[in-house]
Design a protein around this ligand. Structure first.
Ligand code: NAP
Length: 251
């Protein structure tokens, strides 16, 4: 199959490109650096010519409410129009577990807009919602930092190794369209504060962690299940501590 990976230079995109190439598919990573821009439309018709599958793993450069909504709205509309013209047979996108439950988050509202545009497009599709990647801990801490304090909710998170999200995504990409939403998540649900405490300790970060039930995660309070997978989800095996030790050993 010819598979185009939009955002193919990103964290997930670059790993997905490698994985699909190992399975002997023709895989084209696409991003602004390679002349494909989903916001301006540049290069989209050319790269999608004769494509069987398009996978959208792009991300907004800004997480500010209005910017992220504009990004996913414009980008998805342009990509769907080009995919429809190219008669792409399967449109796949990566979304976030709990996106439908947390409308108070500007980022997750934007992801829901992306999902709704895809579902209404008439193109056969698959949506995979993943929980947060282990690699995302630093960004969570950064967004929650005030001075030397990091204010993190105590609600649950079920973080996952991005390699395991990529493995699940690759399976979805090479299979028939689901025309539905699937989920993937990590093996352990823990308080978000515990996840970030581990990250700060392991990276010898001197910021002080404040665990607070009412602290917000990108604009929203969390309960124990807001970011947790449902019953039919695919569950990864890699635990955060083991993953972190492997990263330290590699470094
Ligand atoms: N972070 C999490 O924990 C998490 C959890 C669940 C789902 N997700 C979803 O996973 C997806 C991938 O995330 P990621 O962390 O792999 O993202 P990332 O590393 O930030 O990569 C984003 C990619 O999008 C590309 N891009 C940006 N603007 C573009 C444009 N206008 N046209 C085409 N490509 C553009 C970037 O290209 P350049 O390299 O040229 O900038 C890059 O290749 C996102 O949709 C996110 O919502 C994330």
């Amino acid at each position: 199959m010819k598979i185009v990976v939009i955002g193919g230079t990103g964290l997930i995109g670059s790993k997905l490109v490698n994985k699909l190439r190992q399975l002997d598919h023709i895989v084209i990573p696409a991003s602004p650096d390679s002349g494909v821009n989903t916001i301006t439309g540049e290069g989209l018709n050319e790269v999608l010519k004769n494509a069987d599958v398009v996978v959208d793993v792009s991300n907004s450069p800004s997480f500010e409410d209005r910017a992220v909504l504009e990004f996913f709205q414009t980008s998805t509309m342009n990509l769907l129009t080009a995919a429809s013209s190219a008669r792409v047979k399967h449109y796949v996108a990566l979304s976030v577990v709990g996106a439908d439950r947390l409308p108070g988050s500007g980022y997750l509202r934007a992801k829901m807009t992306q999902e709704e545009l895809i579902r209404g497009s008439g193109i056969p599709y698959s949506l995979l919602r993943s929980t947060q990647f282990f690699e995302f801990a630093g960004r969570i801490a950064q967004a929650a930092t005030n001075g030397n304090e990091v204010h993190i909710p105590t609600g649950g998170i079920q973080p996952i190794a991005s390699d395991e999200t990529v493995a699940a995504l690759a399976d979805v990409v090479i299979d028939q369209p689901l025309n539905a939403i699937a989920e993937v998540g990590g093996p352990v649900v823990m308080p978000m504060a515990e996840f970030i405490r581990y990250y700060l300790n392991a990276t010898e970060d001197s910021r002080q962690l404040i665990a607070d039930k009412h602290a917000v995660y990108f604009g929203v309070e969390l309960d124990d299940t807001s970011l947790v997978t449902g019953k039919n989800a695919r569950i990864g095996k890699i635990k955060y501590e083991d993953w972190f030790n492997t990263q330290l050993a590699k470094a």
